[in-house]
Design a protein around this ligand. Structure first.
Ligand code: PLP
Length: 407
């Protein structure tokens, strides 16, 4: 049915390519274990594999290079993104890092100015030391991206929806621009997931993921991935994956695979909960501003509709009043937990200015529209009415400056 299971290299021809996203999430890259028939991909806790003769083996020689659980996950993610090649990493940061490591000293990258704080930190604090330069622009304006491209530029890097402002960037338009200028487009698809949008289908060259978030979906594993249709990029990133070695172990891959099987059904619930909550926040007299791409008031609402299946599970907003009130609100929540990260089944609340985006200088943050009092919600898959009741009681508590921490 599938490609020869002894072949652990080369493009993945998914026998489920014509199936829908829920079928692909469950079946792409998944075959019964050839040794035992186990329906779930086993976790082989072994670092090395015995060979019949020198370089004569079953496709697996050393577990940094490849192991069966990682291979199954790489094919599963490739299938979901409708890509030919998937490569897994120990974290989303390691996946992003491997893409940047395909560049050389003197190369230039144009990136959106509203991106994951850790990616910004890696670009500016690590890779600038190796002679790679970065420009951060408002990528919702294609003209600004175009202006920032120089003859040194090799890569465009975007996140859409962006983090935490949930701006929507036009993937098709940027893919066209990248192609015209002879450079590559990389999309961090962590917030949308392949269920909501498939950047490769829209012309992007590379997709990166933090599988820690929605793909894993249960806040119990850290991981990352790169997916591409471009054979040259695949060869480069695969070389780096093995040569630099930021690879995930079998159990981590198993946990992500367990998560991806329910991705479509979880995303539907994340999105419907988030849409209902965003609508109520928009009407709420104590809320100053709401950022959610599924609201008609969102500046790129039509674009979101055109490139995303649903508008996602992330909302950011500002309460009326000062920063202290925002902090009282977050501390008063009972179902939403105050924590970094996103994309798990449980709802989380975060404060980007002091948490996920603290590594971005305040001046840069404000320029990107990220106010000190901005609150970010990762809406989970609990009952919407309970989540909304939690928000209501925390808003009420935040009105009282003497109200303490939640019990
Ligand atoms: C979390 C995240 C990353 C980094 O992934 P890790 O798995 O934490 O290393 C990159 N991009 C986005 C959009 C993220 O949310």
């Amino acid at each position: 049915m599938c490609s020869d299971s002894n072949s652990t290299k080369g493009p993945f021809e998914d026998p489920f390519a014509n199936c829908g996203p829920a079928t692909r999430a469950i079946h792409s890259g998944q075959e019964p274990d050839p040794a035992t028939g186990a329906i779930m991909t086993p976790v082989y806790l072994t670092s090395t594999y015995v060979q019949e003769g020198p370089d004569d083996h079953k496709g697996f020689d050393y577990a940094r290079t490849i192991h069966p659980t990682r291979l199954a996950l790489e094919r599963n993610l490739a299938g979901m993104e409708n890509g030919k090649y998937g490569l897994c990493f120990a974290s989303g940061s390691a996946a992003s890092s491997a893409v940047i490591q395909t560049l050389s000293q003197g190369d230039h990258v144009v990136s959106c100015n509203d991106l994951y704080g850790g990616t910004y930190r890696m670009f500016t604090k690590v890779y600038t030391r190796f002679g790679i330069s970065f420009s951060f622009v408002n990528a919702t304006d294609i003209g600004e991206v175009d202006k920032a491209i120089t003859d040194k530029t090799k890569l465009l890097w975007i996140e859409t929806p962006s983090n935490p402002m949930l701006q929507i960037i036009d993937i098709r338009a940027l893919a066209k621009l990248a192609q015209e200028r002879g450079i590559k487009l990389c999309v961090d698809n962590t917030f949308a997931t392949p269920f909501l949008q498939q950047p490769l289908e829209m012309g992007a060259d590379i997709v990166v993921h933090s599988t820690t978030k929605y793909l894993g979906g249960h806040s119990d594993v850290v991981g990352g991935a790169v997916v591409t249709n471009d054979a040259e990029t695949y060869e480069q990133v695969k070389f780096l994956q093995n040569g630099v070695g930021a690879v995930p172990g079998p159990l981590d891959c198993f946990l992500v695979l367990r998560g991806t099987k329910t991705l479509p059904i979880r995303m539907e619930r994340h999105c419907s909960n988030a849409l209902q909550i965003a609508r109520k926040l928009l009407e709420h007299p104590e809320i100053e501003r709401v950022h959610y791409p599924g609201l008609p008031t969102h500046p790129q609402y039509d674009l979101a509709k055109a490139q995303m299946r649903l508008a996602g599970g992330m909302i950011s907003f500002e309460l009326k009043g000062d920063l202290d009130r925002a902090i009282r609100f977050m501390k008063s929540m009972k179902i939403f937990s105050l924590a970094e990260s996103l994309g798990g089944v449980e709802s989380l609340v975060g404060h980007p200015a002091t948490m996920t985006h603290a590594s971005i200088p305040r001046e840069e943050r404000i320029k990107a529209g990220l106010a000190d009092g901005l609150i970010r919600l990762s809406v989970g898959i609990e009952d919407e009415k309970d989540l909304m009741a939690d928000i209501e009681q925390a808003i009420a508590k935040s009105l009282d400056p003497k109200a303490g921490v939640a019990a």
